[in-house]
Design a protein around this ligand. Structure first.
Ligand code: SF4
Length: 392
């Protein structure tokens, strides 16, 4: 498996696949081929179908700082391709054939961006369990022995998460003209009195910032950024957890997210929303179970449950914006993550879990492959088409 760092990437919203990845591809190209005065870019798959709503064109313009960019689209390919060719004083440079893989990860045929490096020899959670004891701390030791500088990296991620929520709680106004979506995080926060209220307000703060193109941290994607971000913010500012402790929670969450990334997908364009919000719910449930001091079995059970009840969840963002159903769905998911941790501990006292974490990940992969293309971040079906029908 690849490193956990790949699940927590810092970049501009609103979509890790559609803004962070294209920004990285364009920036790397510009770095390798400086001084271009013209570019042609071919976008394919979901990158083409939701380019406007997901802010792909704007973010590429921002990375290239050039007003002569010719965009072309391939609506038939399934892969999220981004081919880029630069020209300088009439001389054309080589074309890069690049791919957005989900969560901001990229693959470029002509350049090694380093995203595909393997860090763990394990390929699934069963493999990991063979190398650790029943003590959850041994899971953490296992992670840090493979990624010794992870904590240092996660501190930066935490700071971005905190800044994101702070901005979100202190900003009001219209985010999206077409949907008439106004920010509500500040109002929610002012009325908050208990844990659920605060988590919802923080989740909205993060997701609204994301929808507005703010600087974010994926966890494991930007569509699902509100779930772990709200958890981290709540635990730090309401329950006074230290940065160190929160890094441990992100690491535990990360190993489960990594298993999903390896054996299913964390990209809505590949697996539907179960791959984004389902994965984040699973990661948060594992982190909550760990912080509660539950045993390894309960942590695995909570992570499994976080996916199981999101299986089949479709990705059909209205008008291609990461707003409806995304923002509300993040809030639901962080509440559910607490329920999963609670229920896993309750149930494990009376029964064994009959579905392993690895099995539910395989089921997610199977289900994602069966989902219609219209329901995988293309905005061609489901809520997206219902909304269009209603308006027409
Ligand atoms: S519906 Fe889910 S997967 Fe699709 S863009 Fe929204 S959060 Fe991401």
């Amino acid at each position: 498996m690849q490193g956990i760092k790949g699940l927590y990437r810092i970049g501009y919203g609103p979509s890790s696949s559609h803004t962070i990845a294209p920004f990285r591809i364009a920036s790397l190209y510009r770095h390798k081929h400086p001084g271009c005065d013209e570019y042609s870019i071919l976008l394919g798959g979901s990158l083409a179908l939701t380019a406007k709503g997901h802010g792909t064109l704007k973010i590429i313009e921002k990375a290239l700082e050039c007003d002569r960019i010719c965009f072309d689209y391939d609506l038939n390919t399934k892969e999220n391709i981004m081919n880029i060719t630069g020209t300088r004083s009439g001389i054309q440079y080589d074309t890069w054939h690049a791919f957005s893989l989900g969560g901001g990860a990229i693959k470029i045929d002509e350049y090694d961006a380093g995203d595909l490096n393997e860090v763990y020899e394990a390929n699934c959670f069963e493999d990991i369990k063979k190398q650790i004891s029943d003590d959850p701390k041994s899971l953490l030791n296992y992670i840090y022995s493979h990624e010794p500088d992870l904590k240092h990296y996660l501190i930066d991620c935490l700071n971005v998460m905190f800044e994101t929520v702070d901005r979100g709680l202190n900003t009001e106004g219209l985010i999206n003209e077409e949907l008439k979506y106004y920010r509500i995080a500040k109002k929610l926060y002012e009325k908050a009195t208990d844990r659920k209220d605060y988590l919802v307000a923080y989740s909205y703060a993060a997701c609204e910032e994301n929808a507005d193109g703010g600087m974010m941290c994926t966890a494991p994607t930007l569509g699902a950024c509100g779930i772990l971000t709200s958890l981290m913010y709540y635990l730090h500012f309401n329950e006074l957890y230290s940065d160190e402790d929160l890094c441990d929670l992100l690491a535990v969450a990360g190993i489960f997210g990594n298993c999903i990334k390896k054996n299913a997908s964390i990209a809505g364009s590949e697996g539907g929303c179960q791959a984004e919000v389902g994965t984040a719910c699973s990661m948060a449930a594992a982190a909550i179970a760990y912080k509660e001091g539950y045993g390894l079995k309960t942590i695995e059970y909570a992570a499994e449950m976080g996916i199981e009840h999101f299986l089949g969840l479709t990705c059909d963002p209205v008008l291609g914006y990461v707003i409806i159903p995304c923002i509300e769905r993040n809030a639901i998911s962080i509440l559910r993550a607490y329920d999963c941790a609670y229920l896993a501990e309750q149930l494990k006292n009376v029964k064994d879990n009959l579905i392993s974490f690895d099995s539910v990940v395989n089921a997610m992969n199977y289900t994602g492959n069966k989902l219609a293309r219209e329901l995988k971040e293309t905005s061609l079906g489901g809520l997206a088409s219902e909304f269009k029908n209603e308006k027409s």
